[in-house]
Design a protein around this ligand. Structure first.
Ligand code: FE
Length: 131
């Protein structure tokens, strides 16, 4: 898939129902349910929707939250931050900078050197394992 934006109808044909609900409708997968929560394989996590490189396994850590957690994004082209005031909370949403896919949220309780926790849905990611 290329880095282009699609209509909802097109995304329906490109994604599984779970991927669509999370990436295009901002749903959240249940904690400890995603396939990458405990994954330690070295590689690059790309957007499931468009293939944009988002995170590297080098910044992945075990937060205990039940979701894949990273302390930094891969590069400045990876993600965009959006103020999210839904569900009675003030949070920072993380979306794919290339296709606007909802990925998760950022919190300030991560490890150094950034102190950030990128709390990401496994369903929004695809791991390209280092060869
Ligand atoms: Fe994307």
């Amino acid at each position: 898939m290329s880095n282009e934006k699609h209509s909802d109808e097109e995304w329906h044909t490109l994604l599984t129902p779970e991927q669509f609900n999370i990436c295009r409708n901002k749903a959240t997968e249940p904690p400890f349910s995603g396939k990458y929560t405990d994954c330690k394989e070295p590689g690059t996590y790309v957007c499931i929707c468009c293939g944009n490189p988002l995170f590297t396994s080098e910044t992945k850590y075990n937060s205990g939250s039940g979701w894949p957690s990273f302390w930094d994004a891969l590069c400045t082209e990876s993600i965009r931050q959006v103020q999210d005031n839904s569900h009675g909370m003030r949070r920072i949403e993380v979306v794919c900078k290339a296709c606007d896919a909802h990925l998760g949220h950022i919190f300030n309780d991560g490890p150094q050197p950034t102190g950030l926790r990128y709390c990401i849905n496994s369903a929004s990611l695809n791991l390209k394992v280092d060869s």
